[in-house]
Design a protein around this ligand. Structure first.
Ligand code: FRU
Length: 322
């Protein structure tokens, strides 16, 4: 009778040790990447450029919700708080920690290109989300086509204004690729019309900056027909400035992102006239990460779709861009 507890303890310990061997708690660097044994836990590093805007909070939430479906994935999130140097340091930390895969949504293209190249050289697969780097030294880029969205915005604006009017363009950070592409696409979309861009400024994706720039535009121009902002926070900032000047009813406002709780809600409230969806790609990034870690081949570019929301179609869930 006395030996029973000792036997039980020994059996329990041995069972526990077997379990330990089968499922290591975190990834070990000596397990080959891209095809680890069943039960291996993979560590993903996620370098987010900032969490100051609702869209990026949503991106992290989408990543987390998708990763939570897979007990073999562990995601470490780092927020660079809109500081490029901090984001470079975060990438370096993930490389030193030998994460199994890196996901990055870079603040700016040029300064983040080299740290990502070093991760690739260290054998860490990299998924680039939403904003691009210079060149193509990464495993997979996931994002919507910003040039196409900008062009669609230009065409919608051309049609809505009847081919002529005075427009303010509030640009996203022009050292980031969505800002460059939403600008270039828009100019293509309005080409050949009599639409005049009377004021343009880089509001760096930030609502307070957009509001400030719009105050300058309002002070200089007695007639403004429409504001095209590269994101919904920018369009909302411009609307706030116009409302403070008592001019919001004479101006149309167009943005990009179309989060249900942000841009789409603004369209319903009559604040914005249109917004274009910019999907976060969070779920797609996790699905792609799993494939890479299991040794499957993935395309180097995954292009996500977009939808246009206007006052006419918002109740029907918007309409996809062709
Ligand atoms: C958030 C954000 C979005 C925009 C995206 C572009 O930081 O500014 O509003 O669509 O980044 O990268």
């Amino acid at each position: 009778m006395k030996t029973f507890p000792a036997l039980l303890l020994a059996a329990t310990l041995s069972a526990l040790c077997t379990a330990c061997k089968k499922t290591p708690p975190v990834s070990s660097a000596d397990t080959p990447r891209g095809g680890g044994p069943a039960g291996k836990v993979f560590t993903l590093g996620m370098s987010q450029c900032n969490l100051g805007e609702p869209w990026r909070v949503q991106m992290n939430a989408d990543l987390k919700a998708a990763a939570d479906q897979h007990p073999n994935l562990r995601v470490i999130f780092k927020d660079a708080q809109n500081d490029t140097l901090k984001q470079r340091a975060h990438v370096e930390e993930f490389v030193s920690a030998k994460v199994d895969l890196l996901i990055i949504s870079p603040k700016e293209a040029a300064p983040l290109t080299e740290p990502v190249a070093r991760a690739m050289a260290a054998g860490i697969p990299v998924i680039v989300l939403d904003r691009r780097l210079l060149g193509t030294n990464y495993t997979c880029f996931i994002g919507a086509d910003n040039k196409k969205i900008g062009r669609a915005a230009g065409e919608w604006i051309k049609q809505t204004l009847g081919g002529k009017g005075r427009v303010v363009e509030l640009k996203g950070l022009m050292t980031s690729t969505p800002g460059q592409d939403r600008h270039a696409g828009f100019r293509e979309g309005i080409a050949g019309s009599q639409i005049e861009v009377i004021f343009e400024a880089d509001m760096k994706w930030l609502e307070p900056e957009a509001r400030k720039e719009m105050e300058s535009a309002l002070a200089r121009f007695p007639q403004i027909d429409l504001v095209y902002a590269h994101n919904d926070p920018g369009a909302h900032g411009a609307w706030l400035a116009a409302r403070a000047a008592g001019r919001e009813k004479q101006i149309k406002f167009v943005g990009i992102d179309a989060l249900p709780q942000e841009g789409v809600a603004y369209v319903r409230q009559g604040i914005l006239d249109a917004t274009f969806e910019y999907p976060t790609g969070g779920a797609e990034a996790i699905a792609t990460a799993l494939k890479i870690l299991q040794g499957e081949r993935v395309p180097q570019e995954i292009t996500l779709g977009s939808r246009l929301f206007t006052r006419d179609n918002v109740d029907r869930g918007g309409q996809p861009l062709p």
